[in-house]
Design a binder for this molecule. Structure first.
Ligand code: ASP
Length: 344
């Protein structure tokens, strides 16, 4: 790891807090002195530089401008570093990891998001463990000297997961994230065990990174529920400027079969809205050919989100709508597997 260099980008969140021994108040941790604060990192012998966002943010304040900035930093520093570790609040980490996976095309270096449930400066913190393992993974190379994990990932509580497959699962357990529809990419135990068949490998190495910073946030998440009213559907689907909808449906992609409901979807889709079907279930995939309630949606023009997480479907819409001003093109692209975000 001697010649390896890693950039740790600290954006905010719980991980970056430390308890002041005098008054026990939580204050920001100084990541500029990361190696002094976490001396275990010296063992890697790699160069670790840091970049701290100004201001640091709670991840509830993440927006598309934040993603553009983050992608811009990676673009600017891409040639200089072998890997990137992004310290980020857990609350919206899955959204950010999904967005970055679409924004960074032909990525050949690891971009590992991590954070913690307890501040890094607390005695029982999970932050040190997460940070140390994330850096070790970001440094890892295969026998040809290529990155072992050239993907946007989340590392949390011993598990390395594809970022656009994750969802925040617990507000208090150390296992804060799961990857419900895709196997973990690695497990950190005594050693880090990589599950190579599931890790993305470029067909040919040496491509130039393309960074897509055009995002269009003109999409919403609409979770349906028993008793949803026509007025609710109308006002959401009729919002000015709306281009896309992630429709969170029941089970394998089902929704009310009432005429008014299917009609409101058909009309919105006919006006050009991109409506994508993802399930409210934690695991499994949408299949709009099973029940009449799903077939109705398909015939009304709804696209299949397969086993996508809601976070990933939304980020994919923002990304595709940013690339293509014409929704017809967005509809053509949406069902394709772009970054391993769906099983298809
Ligand atoms: N509210 C914090 C955030 O997401 C929680 C955390 O870091 O875990 O920024």
């Amino acid at each position: 790891m001697k010649d390896t260099s890693i950039l740790v980008i600290y954006t905010g969140g719980t991980i970056g807090m430390k308890q002041d021994p005098d008054d026990l108040a939580l204050r920001p941790f100084n990541f500029e002195q990361i190696v002094e604060e976490v001396p275990e990192l010296r063992k890697f012998g790699c160069r670790i530089d840091t970049f701290t966002f100004d201001p640091i943010i709670d991840s509830s304040d993440v927006d598309v401008d934040f993603w553009k900035r983050l992608a811009g930093i990676i673009e600017e520093k891409y040639a200089e570093y072998d890997g990137f570790v992004i310290l980020h609040g857990t609350d919206t980490m899955s959204y950010s990891a999904s967005a970055l996976s679409f924004m960074l095309e032909d990525l050949e270096k690891p971009v590992i998001f991590t954070g913690s449930q307890l501040p890094i400066g607390m005695p029982r913190t999970d932050g040190k463990e997460n940070l140390i393992s994330a850096i070790e993974i970001a440094c890892a190379k295969d026998c040809n000297g290529n990155a072992k994990v050239p993907e946007v990932c989340i590392f949390f509580d011993s598990a390395l997961m594809r970022g656009n497959r994750t969802t925040k699962y617990s507000a208090e357990e150390f296992k804060a994230f799961i990857s419900p529809n895709y196997p973990t990419l690695a497990e950190a135990g005594i050693n880090i065990k990589y599950h190579d068949p599931f890790i993305y490998r470029p067909q040919e190495w040496g491509k130039r990174l393309k960074v897509h910073k055009d995002l269009d946030p003109g999409a919403v998440i609409l979770k349906i529920y028993p008793g949803i009213a026509p007025g609710t559907m109308e006002s959401i689907l009729g919002m000015p400027g709306l281009r896309g909808v992630v429709l969170e449906t029941f089970g394998s992609g089902n929704a009310p079969s009432s005429e008014w409901f299917i009609d409101s979807i058909r009309k919105a889709s006919g006006r050009g809205l991109v409506i994508v079907n993802v399930t409210q279930c934690m695991t499994g995939s949408v299949n709009m050919g099973v029940y009449a309630t799903g077939i109705g949606l398909k015939s009304a023009g709804v696209l299949n989100g397969y086993d996508s997480t809601t976070e990933s479907a939304l980020a994919k819409l923002f990304f595709l709508m940013g690339q293509y001003p014409d929704n017809k093109r967005v509809k053509c692209e949406f069902e394709k597997n772009l970054r391993g975000e769906i099983s298809k």
